[in-house]
Design a protein around this ligand. Structure first.
Ligand SMILES: N[C@@H](CCC(=O)N[C@@H](CS)C(=O)NCC(=O)O)C(=O)O
Length: 251
């Protein structure tokens, strides 16, 4: 899962751990968080998304969906942030970030799948509640993505966002409904367990903390989810979270 046979010889020749990522991307933040929790040395390849650096032919030869993050490990390209988390825990098992018990592992995997599934909603809510004052999109930008990016959904998203049309209202309605449902689910898991991953901190916590952080930054109302808010505070106290999410800056 997540392994990509890249045709780019520069990338397949890379040794060690390399991450193609963007400072403010929640998907990138979760991978940086896992790398830091494991104390792994990694080389940064920072892509400036507002400068459209993910829409180049070169980057799309590394990540065919033209999105960040991408991990390269000794020439093996790994895409999809949540698959990268599992890949890292399989290849660098210390400290372990997945529970041993089969039932805990199943529940954790299902929560990680939910973190992948909620990404569209996170993107919509981030744009509406956080980015709109700073992020204006015009027809030129929509046309640029239509012409240069592999995934037509990126241009369709930008068109709806810039026009605030019926498609945008539909996206917003769905995002709010999906978000409420999944936050209720997380809150109920945290009634039973100290961590989303079970008795110990693990990959589901890595994966969801960056989403919860994004919602908090967007002033999304987390008051109905007090356990989730307390869990996020506990995670924010981890030095690896600070290094990867709060303090990380491109050189
Ligand atoms: N399912 C992918 C989603 C990746 C994704 O959507 N990345 C965002 C940043 S969090 C991105 O590159 N967006 C570029 C854009 O929307 O123009 C993953 O988890 O890696």
């Amino acid at each position: 899962m997540g392994l990509y046979d890249s045709p780019n010889p520069h990338v397949t020749a890379l040794q060690g751990l390399h991450l193609y990522h963007f400072v403010l991307s929640n998907c990138s933040q979760r991978v940086r968080f896992a790398l830091e929790e494991k104390g792994l040395p990694w080389t940064s390849h920072h892509l400036n998304l507002p400068a459209r650096e993910h829409a180049t032919p070169e980057y799309q030869s590394i990540n065919p969906g033209g999105v960040v993050p991408t991990l390269v490990h000794d020439g093996q390209v790994v895409i999809e942030s949540n698959d990268i988390l599992t890949y890292l825990d399989e290849h660098f098992p210390e400290p372990p970030l997945r529970p041993e018990a089969a039932d805990e592992r199943r529940e954790m995997d299902s929560l990680i799948e939910a973190a992948s599934a909620i990404q569209s909603a996170i993107k919509v809510l981030s744009h509406e509640l956080l980015f709109r004052p700073f992020r204006q999109v015009d027809a030129e930008e929509v046309a640029f993505f239509e012409a240069h990016h592999n995934d037509p959904e990126l241009a369709a998203f930008l068109r709806d966002y810039s026009e605030e049309n019926a498609g945008w209202k539909d996206r917003l309605g769905r995002a709010h409904a999906e978000m409420r449902a999944v936050l209720e689910r997380l809150e109920s898991v945290l009634e039973r367990k100290p961590w989303l991953s079970g008795e110990a901190f693990g990959l589901a916590d890595v994966s969801w903390s960056v989403n919860a952080n994004r919602l908090a930054q967007a002033s999304y109302d987390l008051a109905p989810y007090p356990r989730l808010a307390a869990w996020l505070e506990k995670i924010a106290a981890r030095p690896a979270y600070d290094r990867a999410v709060v303090s990380w800056r491109p050189e």
